[in-house]
Design a protein around this ligand. Structure first.
Ligand SMILES: Cc1cc2nc3c(=O)[nH]c(=O)nc-3n(C[C@H](O)[C@H](O)[C@H](O)COP(=O)(O)O)c2cc1C
Length: 205
């Protein structure tokens, strides 16, 4: 099987997201211009640099009421966002907060998620999430698209990092214990519950 995406896909559903997996989920909190919090999951998300640490997420499509998705509009209006880690424990709310809510709805309130005051940026963090990356906008990139503004990527510098102390063991992060969830294709998710170790090889002359 081989296909050229520009000619469509030889399936009923677009398989692309089922081929690049698992994708970490950036659960993005932002603040609107009028100060209303917003929360939504984005799986076109990843960490992209160490020094300084940077992350990206990208929106495909538009808000159901037209225009940019709230997360993008909010970041562009005040340059800040928080990436919260999506966990198995919070899976229902991760999904619920992807709902096409009208502008101006605070998903924290609607889905009973407590806020934790962020330390450096204004948008709140999710209290129950074990990791929150406080970010400042570095760059907005208009991705290739057929319709203007349909694919927008946000790159942020991580300026503050919250880690729930119970996941710190002897100076290292116990990632596995967080039971992070990630996205595959369709309505499929995966859960990180096993790991193996492999040191990087060193070149010997
Ligand atoms: C797990 C998950 C991952 C998602 N990833 C993305 C994504 O990467 N990009 C995107 O545009 N929408 C994504 N969505 C859909 C958005 O969450 C949805 O459009 C949401 O309403 C956007 O909210 P906002 O307008 O408040 O930003 C995802 C939904 C789910 C459930």
């Amino acid at each position: 099987m081989f296909y050229e995406p520009k000619k469509g896909y030889p399936f009923d559903e677009n398989p692309f997201a089922a081929l690049v997996f698992p994708r970490p989920i950036g659960w993005i909190s932002t603040l609107s211009k009028s100060g209303i919090a917003n929360l939504a999951p984005y799986s076109f998300f990843n960490a992209i640099a160490y020094e300084p640490p940077q992350v990206m997420f990208s929106a495909t499509g538009f808000h159901s009421q037209g225009g940019l998705k709230d997360s993008i509009a909010n970041v562009l209006s005040n340059n800040e966002f928080v990436v919260n880690l999506a966990t198995k424990k919070l899976k229902t709310q991760v999904n619920q907060t992807s709902i096409d809510a009208p502008h101006g709805i605070d998903e924290f309130n609607v889905f009973n998620l407590k806020k934790r005051k962020s330390r450096i940026v204004e948008p709140p963090s999710i209290a129950e999430s074990p990791v929150s990356l406080e970010c400042r906008l570095f760059k907005k990139i208009d991705l290739k698209t057929k319709v203007k503004n349909q694919n927008i990527m946000i790159i942020g510098e991580v300026v503050g990092i919250y880690i729930d102390d119970k996941f710190i063991k002897k100076g290292r992060i116990d990632s596995l214990a967080m039971r992070a969830i990630s996205r595959m294709g369709y309505a499929e998710y995966s859960e990180t519950y096993t790991k193996f170790l492999m040191e990087r090889p060193k070149w010997k002359n």
